[in-house]
Design a protein around this ligand. Structure first.
Ligand SMILES: C[S@@+](CC[C@H](N)C(=O)[O-])C[C@H]1O[C@@H](n2cnc3c(N)ncnc32)[C@H](O)[C@@H]1O
Length: 200
């Protein structure tokens, strides 16, 4: 019901797009790998989704109600360079997917049309729709996360275990999106699940 909620909390979910813009992405698998034009298209979709999210919360919250939200972020460093959360991971994933295309396990054409539907926004992009008289921003900051699997690896020293743990972590958040958008339409001579086994 409108104006009935005291506190709304969303944790680590708002970086997921509602859908990917249907344009050819070529070799780009993730925001950090796109040219300026494609980046603009994806950021527009992220901004539209975020606007809808914020507008819905502004209706359901009471006046004085609190919204606490976390999501993946991008950060501009002192040299003006954009650093996108998870960019290194997607560099590795792109390399593996291109190997699968070379081995004729995955369709080049489906890969070219695919983008992983997650956008880590900058702080300014997060703040854009809340910089209005409707909202008062109490805290807005980018915090570095820690890699718990790496911390564990530093204790146990077993690289195989670290690799397995980290892959399972990546699989837990990415597999459903990749099966739906990439492996279901794009697996060649095997089913989508089997294709997914290859990357993970
Ligand atoms: C990292 S989990 C966070 C889960 C929970 N909020 C927490 O803090 O533990 C990311 C969540 O994003 C949500 N989500 C929203 N859109 C999604 C999408 N298109 N694909 C996958 N997950 C999505 C899912 O509910 C998923 O569980």
């Amino acid at each position: 019901m409108d104006s009935s909620i005291d506190i709304a909390i969303s944790s680590a979910a708002v970086h997921w797009l509602t859908a990917k813009p249907e344009v050819p992405y070529g070799d780009g698998l993730f925001l950090s790998q796109l040219d300026a034009n494609l980046k603009k298209i994806l950021l527009k979709k992220a901004a539209d989704d975020w606007e809808i999210f914020i507008s819905a919360r502004s209706k359901e919250l009471k006046v004085g109600g609190l919204l606490f939200v976390t999501g993946l972020a991008s950060e501009i460093d002192d040299q003006g360079k954009l650093s996108v959360s998870a960019a290194d991971l997607f560099t590795v994933m792109r390399r593996v997917l291109k190997g699968m295309i070379a081995e004729k396990i995955l369709s080049q054409h489906v890969y070219d049309d695919y983008i992983f539907p997650v956008v880590p926004r900058t702080l300014d992009e997060y703040l854009a729709p809340v910089c209005s008289e409707v909202w008062q921003v109490k805290v807005a900051k980018i915090a570095s996360g820690t890699n718990a699997f790496y911390a564990a690896y530093q204790q146990h020293g077993n690289a195989q275990t670290y690799a397995k743990d980290y892959i399972n972590f990546v699989r837990s958040f990415s597999e459903s999106a990749m099966i739906a958008g990439l492996f279901s339409p794009g697996a060649i001579s095997m089913d989508a699940k089997a294709c997914s086994e290859v990357i993970f």
